[in-house]
Write a protein that binds this ligand. Structure first.
Ligand SMILES: Cc1cc2nc3c(=O)[nH]c(=O)nc-3n(C[C@H](O)[C@H](O)[C@H](O)COP(=O)(O)OP(=O)(O)OC[C@H]3O[C@@H](n4cnc5c(N)ncnc54)[C@H](O)[C@@H]3O)c2cc1C
Length: 369
């Protein structure tokens, strides 16, 4: 049976959208120009929270907080479908700057999240300013494992996954997309969803209208050492440390406007290493195991575009999640599917709507966190 819905892009946004639609009984195909989940969704750190949630405008928080609520059941479903664990783990997040305490407490009350003072002895392990803030419920996931679990779940649900197939254009008749042109063949569809990450706007060309999605490079350094050096994820001065259960520590990340260049740099390596050792001197026992870069799908104010094209009746977008595509994935996919299926949306969809002209930025700027 040929798919009714075609998803463009096999990162976490496309995979999650396909999962939601296939779970609702739609016949889905997913077109990915490379291997599945090897771009930003592979490169990210896997923290399942906004870094300083209280800094963000309400629509960004709403999507991230709903995503956080959905994550535990979402990974359980993936495990039930595939037997694969994405290494979802509640590890907590230590915000090193205690000056944020009042704002953090207010956010915690509003969203029913625990906000605590870290034990005093942690100051011997990490550089804490004014005591820091402990968010014990923050979880993390290992991106490559999540990608594998999602792809496998889609195959279990009968989704046609087409890797190494590049979409090169849309065939449009009147106000409808009738087919996707790819470098292999034309694929007919009833509905299509653009989930092409940092490439979404350039792929759409003149049809992008007000959707603004641009690449923002992020570099990460991977350290290897004994487990237990850090109490959890540590956030400090715009950077973070993410301890994996096996002792590896991700040090992230840069925010760079470098177009589509995914190279890594010596300057970022030195900078991230200095940050890691300043923040937690015990990491000096670790060795540097790797360094990589990914291209985030940047958007003004970190507000993704989710919804139907302003002029093409059967074209949708779910893209531009910028720094939080993993955190938001289950919620953004649910919202996209609700809109496509004509269901009552799980969240107010208005702030994310695909508009004819670019939306005004809702507040947070690129370098805020
Ligand atoms: C260094 C770094 C750290 C991060 N840390 C976190 C974090 O801790 N927590 C968090 O929530 N988020 C984090 N993110 C952000 C998160 O990774 C992204 O928001 C998310 O992965 C975006 O997913 P996506 O599916 O939209 O994009 P991508 O994963 O980039 O997927 C888009 C896909 O579309 C495909 N594609 C593009 N053009 C075409 C075409 N013409 N035809 C077919 N396919 C096409 C691409 O090949 C790609 O596979 C981080 C990102 C980076 C880079």
């Amino acid at each position: 049976m040929s798919p009714e819905v075609l998803i463009i892009g096999g990162g976490v946004s496309g995979l999650a959208t396909a999962l939601s639609l296939a779970s609702a009984g739609r016949c889905v195909g997913l077109v990915e120009r490379g291997p599945v989940a090897r771009e930003s969704s592979w490169a990210g750190a896997g923290i399942l929270s906004l870094l300083l949630p209280w800094h963000y405008p309400a629509p960004v928080r709403a999507l991230a907080e709903h995503g956080r609520d959905l994550w535990p059941a979402w990974v359980e479903r993936l495990r039930a479908l595939t037997g694969l664990a994405a290494d979802y783990r509640v590890s907590g997040m230590l915000v090193a700057d205690g000056a944020e305490w009042a704002a953090a407490e207010a956010w915690g009350r509003a969203h029913a999240r625990r906000v605590e003072r870290p034990p005093a002895e942690w100051a011997a392990r990490c550089a804490l300013d004014r005591g820091g803030i402990w968010l014990p419920e923050v979880a993390q996931v290992r991106n490559p494992r999540l990608g594998r679990a999602l792809e496998s779940a889609l195959r279990e649900l009968g989704v046609t996954v087409m890797p190494h197939t590049r979409v090169i254009g849309l065939d449009i008749v009147a106000d409808r997309v009738v087919a996707l042109r790819t470098d292999r063949q034309a694929l007919g569809c009833e509905q299509a969803v653009v989930c092409a990450g940092a490439w979404s706007q350039s792929l759409l060309g003149e049809h992008a209208l007000g959707a603004r999605v641009f690449p923002v490079r992020g570099q990460i350094l991977l350290l290897a050492g004994p487990p237990g050096l850090l109490p959890g994820v540590v956030y400090r001065q715009g950077r973070y440390l993410v301890p994996r259960a096996d002792g590896r520590v991700l040090v992230g990340s840069t925010l760079e406007e470098a177009g589509y260049d995914k190279s890594v740099t010596e300057a970022a390596r030195a900078d991230l290493l200095r940050f890691a050792l300043d923040t937690c001197p015990r990491l000096a026992v670790c060795s540097v195991e790797g360094q990589w870069a990914g291209l985030r799908p940047g958007s003004p104010g970190n507000l993704p575009a989710i919804g139907r094209h302003p002029r093409l009746a059967n074209l949708y977008i779910n893209s531009g999640h910028f720094r939080y595509g993993l955190t938001m994935a289950p919620a953004a996919a649910e919202l996209t599917a609700d809109l496509m299926l004509g269901k009552i949306p799980c969240l107010d969809a208005a702030p994310y709507a695909w508009t004819v002209s670019p939306r005004p930025s809702p507040g947070a700027e690129l370098d805020e966190v």
